[in-house]
Design a protein around this ligand. Structure first.
Ligand code: MLT
Length: 408
């Protein structure tokens, strides 16, 4: 008799974004005349930068000749991309990362879901609330939690509420925690962690001998020069943190797929008997066993996003989406909504109208304005009463969406 992994049965019905797509599809089928504007999932809409496409075409051409053909890519990434990441993401910020500490992958989503499996199942996990659902669900699937309780929270997990009162930045936990997920700029709230807040978290992890999984997939949207782009800008972070980054929302790679995770050599976790075990070789072991690397063509494209023309094009893309976010903040505020985020992040975190829950407001927007958002409650109990809007759309669509919301 084949037994199922019953942890899957603990999960709430469906993963958040497919559920929103399902509801949106059902609405569009019932109202074929409606022109639905999607500001739900954070998927980019602008074309790949020209230098990226040129590099990808040249790489594809190399594969068309026996002399330059390449088979399996190195599991950790080609040297040219590892070096480009170190030279462009870390060196200019005075951060020392070795190329061999970088693991190129197909996505931060996968890395953030997979990384937990190299840690023991007895670890206590700390999650912000609201939170990117992958961090939570991957730990549920691994068996680190009990059943969902009130408001969909899982037993055994430590939740760190992020509310308007704490500027959506989590307070340090009073209880015992072993693995801490942090995300800045934050998905979904758009909040950012200051240097001071990050220092406090790094010191907290040092005290608790805990590990921080730091998701910085949106770091290129930081506009405030005082906000750190990498957790490794904080002294001591190399001993306690893993950092996740992505080309998805920078160079427009949501369809092309490329990301990377940094695991410093100093980072250790512990055996039950208290011996230190280096994390880097274990993640390497995991990746070489379960992952076959990212396509050569894609890695050449990612590398080209660091060329002078590539950087210019990437900056233009980010400016475009941040321009959308700024415009949305202005229009929504003028329409009487309380809006957070959208300054150092492509996401706006909108208070729903008095007395209207997240999913109710999602329905109102869909039915009355034909605009799709993401209900805050889908990101956790503390997201109730909020709705996330993404700035990833064409400006004309954003303007139309804001007009429609203003008319509600
Ligand atoms: C989001 O909308 O939260 C993101 O697009 C999801 C992701 O990057 O996986």
């Amino acid at each position: 008799m084949a037994l199922i992994n019953e942890n899957y049965l603990k999960l709430k019905a469906g993963y958040l974004f497919p559920e929103i797509s399902r509801r949106t599809r059902a609405f569009a089928q019932a109202h074929p005349e409606a022109k639905v504007i999607r500001l739900g999932i954070g998927d980019v809409v602008k074309a790949l930068p020209r230098p990226v496409v040129r590099a990808m075409k040249a790489a594809a051409e190399e594969l068309a000749h026996d002399e330059t053909f390449r088979g399996y890519p190195p599991e950790q990434g080609y040297d040219f991309l590892l070096q480009a990441i170190v030279d462009n993401e870390y060196k200019p910020r005075g951060v020392e990362i070795l190329p061999e500490e970088v693991f190129v992958s197909d996505s931060s989503k996968c890395d953030s879901a997979n990384i937990q499996e190299i840690f023991g199942t007895d670890n206590t996990i700390a999650l912000t609330d609201p939170v990117y659902p992958v961090y939570c669900d991957s730990n549920v699937i691994a068996g680190r939690t009990g059943m969902p309780q009130d408001q969909g929270r899982y037993g055994g997990m430590v939740y760190l509420p992020c509310t308007a009162e704490n500027n959506f930045v989590p307070d340090l936990p009073k209880e015992h925690v072993d693995i801490i997920y942090l995300c800045s700029p934050n998905n979904p709230t758009g909040a950012v962690m200051t240097r001071q807040a990050l220092e406090a978290w790094v010191q907290c992890a040092q005290r608790k001998r805990a590990i921080i999984l730091y998701d910085a997939a949106y770091e290129s949207y930081i506009t405030d020069s005082k906000i750190p782009h990498s957790i490794y800008e904080i002294p001591g972070a190399r001993e306690v943190a893993i950092e996740l980054r992505s080309f998805s929302k920078t160079a427009g790679f949501t369809g092309t797929r490329c990301a990377f995770t940094v695991v410093p050599k100093e980072l250790v976790a512990y055996t039950r008997s208290g011996d230190a075990a280096s994390v880097h070789p274990i993640w390497y072991r995991r990746q070489t066993t379960k992952f076959n690397g990212v396509a050569y063509v894609v890695q050449r494209g990612a590398e080209a996003s660091y060329s002078p023309q590539g950087k210019r094009a990437v900056r233009k893309l980010i400016k475009y989406y941040l321009g959308n976010a700024k415009y949305m903040c202005q229009r929504l505020t003028a329409s009487g909504y309380k809006v957070y985020g959208g300054v150092n992040a492509p996401y706006l975190w909108l208070r729903t109208p008095e007395g209207e829950g997240s999913w109710d407001f999602f329905d109102t927007l869909l039915n009355k304005a034909n605009v799709v958002g993401t209900p805050g409650a889908g990101f956790g109990a503390a997201g109730e009463g909020y709705l996330r809007l993404s700035a990833f759309n064409h400006r004309e669509a954003i303007e139309e969406a804001m007009d429609r919301i203003a008319r509600l």
